[in-house]
Design a protein around this ligand. Structure first.
Ligand SMILES: Cc1cc2nc3c(=O)[nH]c(=O)nc-3n(C[C@H](O)[C@H](O)[C@H](O)COP(=O)(O)OP(=O)(O)OC[C@H]3O[C@@H](n4cnc5c(N)ncnc54)[C@H](O)[C@@H]3O)c2cc1C
Length: 307
């Protein structure tokens, strides 16, 4: 394998005579020189947003709106996780224990809403993180032995606990990414315009998180419970997904069940761009499993000369 650093993929090369992708155009990030590399199959894994960008920027006579984009679905149904809501409190107990290094480790409250049946006025649900610690912010006093003594004597304060929500947002056609018609990056590649927003479902989920977690916190005996909504813009957190979604019908999806572009099967997309829903878990192990599965399939198909 040759690993080529300082390489910015500009687009995928599509051969109109062979009806397949034949390689990638790569810009050297230092010299800005463009080189073409050729391959029998291509895996695009630039993370969800940039994978969308590369496909949208891969225009040809056959695919004027981006590689594999016969349906016009490319870039649409973009989604993410909603981390807006937080809760914190204090626990006046366990004074004989304290924070030590990374302990106690953080915990995870799995989704408990709408798991077996629809039970709320919003769809799907959220998971929550949980962490606790005794944090002191010592003001150093004195020098030498006196300094050590003043630091050691510091009261770590009460246990402080906190949680954040990790909410599922529902992919929808109105959340999409496109190429900016005017703005380009340093390598002459169009920048991505990201048009995503929260909706009523997200607002209801934020409210429910605050109510449910407040009840849990007060039943656990926590006090000084405070909730907050950062109201930050969508996408300021992590776990972007979609835009090159998987599906049986080429009219409404970009990829088949093996992560191949319906309209250009020697190109595989196996990062978050392929996701059709976001669920509310950390997604990366799923991407890795999907990638391993697609690689296994690609190898078997190549051995049979099917791609
Ligand atoms: C702060 C933070 C915490 C996270 N915590 C978790 C977690 O606890 N659990 C979890 O499951 N997920 C977590 N995630 C998400 C996780 O990091 C991503 O889901 C994962 O890295 C996606 O893997 P990827 O290979 O698709 O993309 P990346 O890891 O982003 O890799 C994509 C690569 O492509 C390169 N690239 C992009 N465009 C081009 C181009 N045009 N040409 C050449 N190269 C290009 C990029 O430089 C990058 O190296 C976290 C993310 C962040 C930011």
């Amino acid at each position: 394998m040759v690993l080529r650093p300082f390489s910015v993929v500009h687009s995928i090369i599509y051969d109109e005579k062979k009806n397949k992708a034949t390689g990638v155009r790569v810009i050297d990030s230092h010299t800005k020189e463009m080189t073409e590399y050729y391959a029998r199959i291509i895996f695009v894994n630039a993370a969800a947003l940039n994978t969308n960008l590369i496909l949208l920027n891969s225009k040809s006579g056959r695919f004027p709106n981006g590689l594999g984009n016969d349906s016009g679905v490319l870039g649409k149904y973009f989604a993410f996780h909603n981390y807006r809501a937080h809760i914190s409190g204090i626990y006046d107990g366990f004074k004989d224990t304290t924070t030590a290094g990374g302990r106690p480790t953080s915990a995870y409250i799995p989704r408990f809403r709408n798991v077996h049946r629809q039970e709320t006025d919003f769809l799907r649900g959220y998971a929550a993180g949980f962490s606790g610690g005794r944090y002191s912010f010592p003001k150093p006093e004195g020098f030498g032995a006196a300094l050590k003594e003043s630091l050691a004597k510091k009261d770590p304060g009460p246990w402080r606990v906190g949680s954040h929500m990790m909410g599922e947002t529902i992919p929808k056609v109105t959340n999409f990414v496109t190429l900016d018609p005017n703005k380009k990056d340093d390598w002459g590649i169009p920048q991505l315009d990201i048009s995503v927003a929260y909706d009523d479902n997200d607002e209801k989920m934020v409210k429910d998180f605050m109510e449910q977690l407040s009840e849990m916190y007060s039943k656990a005996g926590f006090t000084e419970i405070k909730t907050s909504d950062s109201k930050q813009a969508p996408g300021l957190d992590i776990h972007e997904m979609g835009g090159v979604r998987m599906g049986r019908d080429p009219k409404t999806s970009m990829l088949n069940k093996w992560n191949q572009l319906h309209a250009c099967p020697n190109v595989f997309i196996t990062d978050g761009a392929c996701m059709t829903s976001t669920s509310c878990q950390n997604p990366s192990l799923t991407y890795m499993a999907i990638t391993a599965r697609a690689c296994d399939y690609a190898v078997s198909q190549m051995k049979k000369n099917e791609i």
